[in-house]
Ligand binder design. Structure first.
Ligand SMILES: Nc1ncnc2c1ncn2[C@@H]1O[C@H](COP(=O)(O)OP(=O)(O)OP(=O)(O)O)[C@@H](O)[C@H]1O
Ligand SMILES: [Mg+2]
Length: 329
């Protein structure tokens, strides 16, 4: 399996992560909007409104959060939904923020309900309740905190509760990148890494990266290794093609797990509909990962449909394996 292609490598990503709006390629609408709100807030010497960033993994949510903090010229503190055990963990973080600071909460849809509710008053009125003393003397005091910007990132916007969602002033959904945009990203990354790449090579990588900058960068890295061993360190279209074939990434950018999911629906479940849990057992991947990582791309590319009864393989999925879809009644 090529899980390394889709999983983040912190050190490597850090190096390639754009730190200013100008270096962030693609998602033009979102960038235009965010730049405008940053400018407006700065002019008023105000704190930036809370921002929600949603979209599949590797499209730039964390990157944008850092860019926003940088553009506002404030500190950023990072945490993640599942690691906040109880409201008091959050209280410590919130009281440590200075005016205008960014609190970045990754995987915000995985926050516990009690923690989430605790966050509401902080987001809305910049106050929190803390319990002091213990036993019979225990009492709750209301504490003002500095106005701050919460940036929440989620791969599953649909799993966010309505009250949480409504507290974000700026809601942005990142979409998959087209190949041309990814091509620019690949070339930028190559120049940072000092890798020589031809236009054709960059395009080959871009069109096989499932619309995802993280994957494009990871494939670039693999192509670089290949070029170093097999050629003169130059990534041509031909060389990129060979390197990606070696990784089992096909011409449509599908990787082994994508194909396993599709062939499982077709071969074991007669084309579907099949429930996520049966599919998860059958392909040997967690249901969450299938839903967050693999399915969105397969759906966008028209290989898979999600219906109330379950997942269905489309005609395109059959065609992918050279099969004829069953006649519909
Ligand atoms: N628009 C972009 N331009 C250039 N590089 C990008 C862009 N978006 C993402 N990247 C690159 O892809 C990598 C992954 O992006 P990032 O970590 O921001 O994704 P994410 O949406 O936070 O993913 P996850 O949901 O897994 O946390 C970054 O290190 C960065 O180098
Ligand atoms: Mg992230």
């Amino acid at each position: 399996m090529n899980n390394e292609i889709i999983t983040p490598d912190q050190e490597f990503e850090q190096k390639l992560r754009p730190s200013r709006f100008e270096d962030f390629t693609g998602q033009e609408k979102i960038i235009e909007r965010l730049e405008l709100f940053v400018q407006a807030a700065r002019q008023r010497e105000d704190v930036l409104d809370h921002v929600l960033l949603s979209g599949p993994p590797g499209l730039g949510k964390t990157t944008l959060s850092y860019i926003l903090a940088e553009a506002m010229d404030v500190n950023i503190k990072c945490t993640s939904g599942p690691v906040i055990d109880k409201p008091s963990d959050l209280a410590g973080l919130l009281t440590s923020l200075e005016r205008g600071d960014v609190l970045f909460i990754d995987e915000i849809h995985r926050m516990q309900r009690a923690v989430e509710e605790y966050l509401y008053s902080a987001m809305e009125d910049f106050v929190i309740d803390i319990v002091i003393d213990q036993g019979p003397n225990a009492r709750s005091v209301r504490l003002n905190i500095q106005p701050f910007t919460l940036i929440g990132a989620t791969t599953r916007a649909g799993m966010l509760s309505a009250p949480m969602r409504s507290r974000f002033g700026l809601v942005n959904r990142l979409d998959y990148y087209d190949a041309l945009t990814l091509c620019k990203i690949v070339k930028r990354s190559a120049s940072i890494l000092g890798v020589e790449i031809e236009d054709g090579g960059a395009m080959e990588i871009a069109s096989r990266s499932r619309g995802t900058p993280r994957i494009a960068n990871n494939l670039l890295r693999r192509a670089r290794d290949y070029a170093q061993v097999k050629a003169d360190n130059i990534i041509t279209a031909d060389l990129a093609d060979q390197a990606l074939n070696l990784l089992d990434i096909d011409g449509d950018g599908l990787e082994e797990m994508d194909k396993r999911i599709l062939s499982c629906i077709i071969e074991k479940f007669g084309g579907g509909p099949v429930g996520i849990n049966s599919m998860s057992v059958s392909v040997g991947e967690e249901a969450d990962t299938i839903e967050e990582v693999y399915e969105p791309y397969l759906i966008q590319e028209g290989y898979l449909q999600r219906t109330a009864q379950g997942r269905i393989a489309t005609d395109r999925a059959y065609a992918k394996f050279g099969l004829v879809p069953p006649a519909k009644d």
